[in-house]
Design a protein around this ligand. Structure first.
Ligand code: HXC
Ligand code: NAP
Length: 296
């Protein structure tokens, strides 16, 4: 099959001169999206708690794309930090057009082993971080009468829930509710809210905390996904770039899943029949036809 999904999708200059802030933009998916936004002409602000990581990423992305990247240290769970992030961005670039709430914290654990502080830390990064940034940036855009776009990164267990990542599931569900709520409430100000729910996209941050040690071999995601592969960063970046661009101007309050049908495979009651061979199907068909004919 032609792997077009590995290629950049949007027209050159699709994000020209848009000022985009990505939380958690120094690593993983945030970094991948940032690189593509730069290639499309955006000016980028990346933020997280570790300034050394951000500075390294900023230098690397500037070198690769010749674009402008400003690294700003900010703990999204601290509203004062978020206000400072906004102020520094506006001071430097005169405006901000797009917020990508991508920062997250997560690790697998039986819930009864968690301290209340461990629960708090995840919810504070994911849900509080997202509402802190959305509130601060939203107030700014409303006061400036400026159109803007917010993209939230959630997961498919935002609606299914998931054992062993309960704080993350609670927080992502909250982020999804915020997305749908503010898409309606702030549409009158020209502010759009959308979300992406990625399936498995390998990153060091996620894999080291969700599939440590032997778990990676035991729970091979390529076998769990009906399309028999994990996601590629470019295909996620293509979707994200579209959703923050003006091409998606009529899409608001939507969550787009990009997971090769992973979550649906877990949901459909008879999906386990994939394990049935052709020979077994011959027998099964015979026996069903038999029952049907005896009941006529
Ligand atoms: C039980 C744990 C724990 C573990 C930490 N804690 N790890 N409890 N099992 N494995 C507890 C600590 O003991 C402490 O509670 C509390 O959690 C806070 O831990 P700290 O280490 O002090 O916090 P901090 O240094 O701020 O680190 C936060 C973190 C860390 C979330 C724990 O993992 C982090 O920085 N993560 C950021 C990046 C990340 O998580 N990326 C993955 C996103 S993947 P006590 O009570 O002892 O003080 C993702 C994908 C979803 O979201 C879907 C995939 C398909
Ligand atoms: P990642 O590389 O670990 O990214 C998480 C980022 O969040 C890090 O850069 C981290 O930087 C930052 N962060 C954590 N706490 C923060 C805080 N308090 N303030 C500011 N920044 C903070 O993991 P990833 O896989 O790329 O995940 C990116 C997003 O995709 C997350 O929302 C995740 O839930 C979502 N997602 C990922 C997958 C996947 O398969 N990878 C699947 C579904 C959803 P610092 O440590 O420097 O703060």
């Amino acid at each position: 099959m032609d792997k077009n999904y590995l290629k950049p999708m949007l027209k050159e200059d699709s994000l020209k001169d848009k000022v985009v802030v990505i939380t958690g933009g120094g690593t993983g998916l945030g970094k991948a999206m940032g690189q593509y936004f730069l290639e499309l002409g955006a000016v980028l602000v990346i933020t997280s708690r570790k300034i050394e990581v951000l500075e390294k990423t900023a230098a690397e992305l500037q070198e690769k794309t010749k674009g402008i990247v400003l690294p700003i240290k900010c703990d999204v769970s601290d509203y004062k930090d978020v206000e400072q992030l906004l102020a520094t961005t506006v001071e430097r670039f005169g405006k901000v057009d797009v917020l990508v709430n991508n920062a997250a914290g997560n690790f697998i654990s039986p819930t009864e082993r968690l301290s209340n502080r461990a629960f708090d830390i995840i919810v504070n990064i994911v849900l509080k971080g997202t509402y802190n940034c959305s509130l601060a940036f939203g107030k700014h855009w409303i006061s400036k009468k400026q159109n803007a776009t917010v993209l939230n990164i959630v997961t498919t267990y935002a609606w299914t829930g998931s054992a062993y990542v309960v704080p993350s599931a609670c927080a992502k569900a909250g982020v999804l509710a915020l997305t749908r709520s503010l898409a309606v409430e702030w549409a009158k100000y020209g502010i759009r809210f959308n979300a992406i729910a990625p399936g498995p996209f390998p990153t060091k941050g996620a894999w080291s905390r969700l599939l440590p040690g032997d778990l990676m071999k035991k729970f091979d995601f390529t076998q769990k996904v009906p399309l028999k592969r994990v996601g590629e960063h470019q295909e996620l970046s293509n979707l994200a770039a579209y959703l923050i661009s003006d091409y998606s101007a009529y899409i608001n309050g939507e969550v787009i899943t990009i997971d090769g049908a992973e979550w649906l495979k877990g949901a459909g009651q008879f999906n386990m029949l994939e394990a049935v061979s052709d020979e077994m199907w011959d027998e099964i068909e015979k026996s069903i036809r038999n029952v049907s004919s005896t009941q006529k």
